[in-house]
Design a binder for this molecule. Structure first.
Ligand SMILES: N[C@@H](CCC(=O)N[C@@H](CS)C(=O)NCC(=O)O)C(=O)O
Length: 206
């Protein structure tokens, strides 16, 4: 498989899942600042011009964090990255959509890519502040969810934890304080071999 990723981006979450599953894959680094995601070759794989993209062994490309994570968990079910029951699976989706759609897509996106939300530089500070508020509210919700449990939906790692981890990682690097249960989750994730390996490979010392 070929994994299109950018160190320190949302693709870190998928990178962790690939390592947790001990899969063999090649990496293709996408330089977002240089506009690699807008080249014709990349758009042919992923017309949305986003990362992550995963090209599978049959040559087909899969895009979107939640879709890729779900496909990985379903394709290697013995690793148990997705609960068997409908309730557990729904809870996984609930956390993932919150982390990827709200905390990242609505919150951090306003902070990191402010100009996509307003054409007016005079509004940038307000948009960033709004993003920060969304992120903080998003973690407050997750803090209650995580209360009394080791991982996002119970005692075992699931694909939801990879989504939650990358937004927690961004918070620690953006001077946004994680509430206690999110910080405990983040710290627990950092004890995992796969997580440490991925961060080291992506150039981070934690
Ligand atoms: N909802 C999509 C979007 C992911 C996303 O926003 N990725 C960012 C990087 S973290 C991106 O591709 N940005 C492209 C750009 O800024 O042009 C997904 O889950 O894959």
């Amino acid at each position: 498989m070929k994994f299109y990723m950018t160190p320190g981006s949302c693709t870190t979450g998928i990178h962790i899942l690939l390592e947790e599953l001990e899969l063999v894959f090649e990496v293709d680094l996408v330089n977002l600042l240089a506009g690699d995601q807008d080249t014709a070759a990349y758009r042919a794989l992923n017309p949305k011009g986003t990362i992550p993209t995963l090209v599978r062994d049959d040559g087909t490309a899969l895009t979107d964090f939640v879709a890729i994570a779900w496909w990985l968990a379903r394709s290697w079910p013995k690793r148990g990255l997705l609960p068997d029951d409908a309730e557990g699976q729904a809870r996984v989706l609930e956390v993932m959509n919150h982390a990827v759609g709200t905390v990242h897509g609505q919150g951090f996106a306003r902070i990191f890519t402010t100009d996509k939300f307003t054409p007016n530089p005079a509004d940038h500070a307000a948009v960033k502040a709004q993003g920060r508020e969304i992120v903080e509210q998003g973690f407050a919700v997750m803090n209650d969810v995580l209360d009394g449990r080791d991982y996002a939906v119970g005692d075992c790692l699931t694909i939801a934890d990879a989504a939650l981890f990358y937004v927690e990682f961004w918070a620690t690097r953006s001077d946004i304080a994680l509430p206690p249960s999110c910080l405990a989750h983040y710290t627990r994730m950092l004890t995992r071999r796969a997580v440490r390996q991925v961060l080291a490979e992506e150039g981070y010392r934690v």
